[in-house]
Write a protein that binds this ligand. Sequence first.
Ligand SMILES: CC(=O)SCCNC(=O)CCNC(=O)[C@H](O)C(C)(C)COP(=O)(O)OP(=O)(O)OC[C@H]1O[C@@H](n2cnc3c(N)ncnc32)[C@H](O)[C@@H]1OP(=O)(O)O
Ligand SMILES: O=C([O-])CC(=O)C(=O)O
Length: 506
Amino acid sequence: MNSLAHAARSLVLRGGYVRSVIAAANPSSSRSITTLQETLESQVAPKQASLAKLKKEHGSKVIGKVTIDQLIGGARSVKCMLWETSNLDPEEGIRFRGLTIPECQQVLPTYSGKAGDGEPLLESIIWLLLTSEVPTKEQVDTLTAELHKRSSILPAHVVPLLNSLPKDMHPMTQFSIGLNAAQTASVFAKAYGELEYFHFLLRHLKSMCLKFIASNTLRRYLPADGAPKNEYHKYALEDILNVFAILPEIAATIYRNVYFDGVVKKDQSLDYSGNFCRMLGYENPGFDELMRLYLCIHTDHEGGNASAHTTHLVGSTLSDPYLSYAAGLNALAGPLHGLANQEVLKWIQALQTKFAKEGKEVNAETITEFAWETLNAKKVIPGYGHAVLRKTDPRYTCQREFGLKHMPNDELFKIVDTIYQVMPGILTEHGKVANPYPNVDSHSGVLLWHYGFTQYQYYTVLFGLSRAVGGLCQLYWDRALGLPLERPKSHTPEWLENFAKNNPDA
Ligand SMILES: CC(=O)SCCNC(=O)CCNC(=O)[C@H](O)C(C)(C)COP(=O)(O)OP(=O)(O)OC[C@H]1O[C@@H](n2cnc3c(N)ncnc32)[C@H](O)[C@@H]1OP(=O)(O)O
Ligand SMILES: O=C([O-])CC(=O)C(=O)O
């Protein structure tokens, strides 16, 4: 009962939480800033209404067909998911709420405060993806302060648990364990689960008199209307912001445990990315800027990619945001998805080692030789190809531009550039690949390496820190729009064969 009362009260109190954080961060301007929560609350009803209208007026319109090839082939291009936060065009690449990466770099607030002067802050992208609005620097600063403050919500058992894990456990496995363990702090699960418990209790009390007393007593301590479906998004938002806030400490603890002394030092006078770099143990403003770029560009890639889709699917069962995104992390840990960034570095290392032993230079010719060896061994070239993109990934391009600006003479950067010159031709000649161009993973590792961040088994954790933003900003809207349980139809091979036999012209 005490814990019920505590949970209920803390839920109610959080309404005033954000305002007090803002006031603490910036007392003079606190009254004039529209908070993230206020911005979102004003958007929910109109968005719900326009989705309901779309469904009512056009719900029966056909937007595509599905072939047997698509059913067998991983549902490529099947249109079956609503995604608010970003959209991917095969030629142009990603747009975050309508903005390309260069446009984001021009308009979003940066560490210096001036848009266009440096890389966007991750907090800017969080604001953009959640609200579809470009925030002011003041708004972004309030979000930074809020996330720093919320980081204290990390449950006390999580760091000791991480400390107890074997150092040779893959960092992504540790990341997923850490986030799952932090789920005890879920506000969403409490709001939902305790009400379940409340109804369970009422169902099982035999005496009407006891039912009446229990009902009246418990209701006093629970949110006024319980947690009805139309309020799920409020509890989800609490969890989502808390997950953003605690992930850096989980990620940094893993890095410091596996490769160093386990000590994590914060500097909350900095932004989210800058503070994260200090937690990792880096004190280089150039590395801070790279981290800002890295964390911004990996956030979101529309809904169909495996990590975002998994988060959305698991969330549709009303699993809370912690569990939903932990599932997304497990999808990201696959080598055809996020893990490809570590595979790229591994591939380049193997290439360098082989030709160093043979006393040969790494150049276009030796890279071509090594690529054919990989392909003939029926392995993939990591960092190349894509399920949707049919041109060079703009996330590759902006990282290349960062490299040209900050490390044009770096040896590894030059190798990546030479790979880029020869690989599309090789993959085209190979003849199988739908997209012979590089994706985001083919460039990210070498930039990190330049700053001494050479522990490539860890690289996907950085991706996972960033992808939380896309997956979970969308999860907010999933709950706000009341999207249902996701459950597509599957068919047996026999059904397909019969269908094909009975429908020769289909
Ligand atoms: C953040 C991200 O997730 S970006 C992607 C990261 N992953 C990688 O970089 C791994 C390498 N790339 C790949 O494996 C693929 O290109 C994927 C998984 C990204 C996309 O897969 P698909 O949509 O199936 O690609 P596509 O239609 O081009 O595949 C056709 C064939 O080409 C092969 N192929 C695709 N890309 C490559 C590649 N980079 N090297 C060698 N073969 C490839 C596929 O394995 C497939 O072979 P199969 O017919 O024998 O099964
Ligand atoms: O879109 C995809 O399928 C893979 C990808 O690039 C991402 O998730 O960032």
